[in-house]
Design a binder for this molecule. Structure first.
Ligand SMILES: NC(=O)c1ccc[n+]([C@@H]2O[C@H](COP(=O)([O-])OP(=O)(O)OC[C@H]3O[C@@H](n4cnc5c(N)ncnc54)[C@H](O)[C@@H]3O)[C@@H](O)[C@H]2O)c1
Length: 254
């Protein structure tokens, strides 16, 4: 069971989460709601997004969902406008959305390569660019970007994904320097293999489970809540002097 910390400074703060309808993003949205933050989340999955919004509002949470495909930057920025109009300027951005669709090296076309970057990297840049002035006006903020241990493990059959995910670390480091003067902190969270509903449904086999357990220093399933716990710490001023860093949550695999 993940231990739930309380961060009083998150109460009433506006946080935007991409890919918040499922998996790690969903766990992050729920964790932020439990801190009484005001949460806006963007996702391409309309039904799942609306269902989570309804579920959380029933508990009294101040949450709003906007449906958009983050590959369409104009649509993503318009979704931010809608959410900020409802929730106020964001002090926290969690660049979580991503997709680890498998692809054979030989089959990758220029269009497919660009599409994977449009899902896994490009929205991080343009959402940060959009939100940074508002965060600066608030006196500071926190941006958390999601990478993956897959590139560290030299994983095959997903080279466009691993390349984009390794770039997230360089992006994080430069962005921290760009925005530090405005007290905006930028950090990266790098999960190992996390047992989200999609991973359980599409990737989990007895062989892969055994291999992952062999690699992990701490045995057992890494849950979405374990990643959300690190994201919360980096969103809170509890980590006020952490910026430009990468925080790996992989039970000691890499
Ligand atoms: N689950 C893992 O094992 C794992 C490991 C390492 C890194 N990660 C990273 O963590 C992040 C979250 O992964 P997850 O496993 O929770 O994924 P997931 O597939 O369970 O959830 C991702 C969410 O993002 C949304 N999304 C995907 N493409 C989108 C788009 N174009 N526009 C808008 N929304 C979109 C999906 O609809 C979904 O709700 C990703 O960046 C992923 O690369 C996950």
């Amino acid at each position: 069971m993940t231990v739930e910390a309380t961060y009083p400074d998150l109460k009433g703060r506006t946080a935007l989460v991409t890919g918040g309808a499922d998996g790690i993003g969903r766990a992050t949205v729920i964790a932020l709601a439990r801190q009484s933050a005001r949460i806006g989340f963007i996702d391409i999955a309309a039904d799942a997004g609306r269902a989570l919004e309804t579920e959380l509002r029933a508990t009294g949470a101040d949450v709003a969902f906007a449906c958009a495909d983050l590959r369409d930057i104009e649509a993503a920025l318009a979704a931010v406008d809608v959410l900020e109009a409802r929730l106020g300027p964001a002090a926290i951005l969690v660049n979580n959305a991503g997709h680890d669709e498998r692809h054979a090296f030989a089959a990758v076309t220029p269009e497919y390569w660009d599409d994977r970057f449009a899902v896994n990297l490009r929205p991080m840049m343009f959402l940060a660019q959009k939100l940074a002035p508002g965060m600066a006006a608030l006196g500071g903020g926190a941006i958390v970007n999601l990478s993956s241990t897959s590139w560290m493990k030299r994983s095959a059959d997903l080279i466009a994904y691993t390349t984009a995910k390794s770039a997230v670390i360089g992006f994080t480091r430069s962005l921290a320097r760009e925005l530090g003067k405005d007290r905006i902190r930028v950090n990266c969270v790098t999960p190992g293999w996390v047992m989200t509903p999609r991973q359980r449904a599409e990737r989990l086999t007895p062989e892969r489970w055994a291999e992952a357990q062999e690699q992990q220093a701490i045995k057992g399933a890494i849950e979405p809540e374990d990643i959300a716990a690190m994201i919360l710490f980096l969103a809170s001023n509890a980590s006020r002097m952490c910026t430009g860093q990468n925080f790996i949550v992989d039970a000691g695999s890499v």
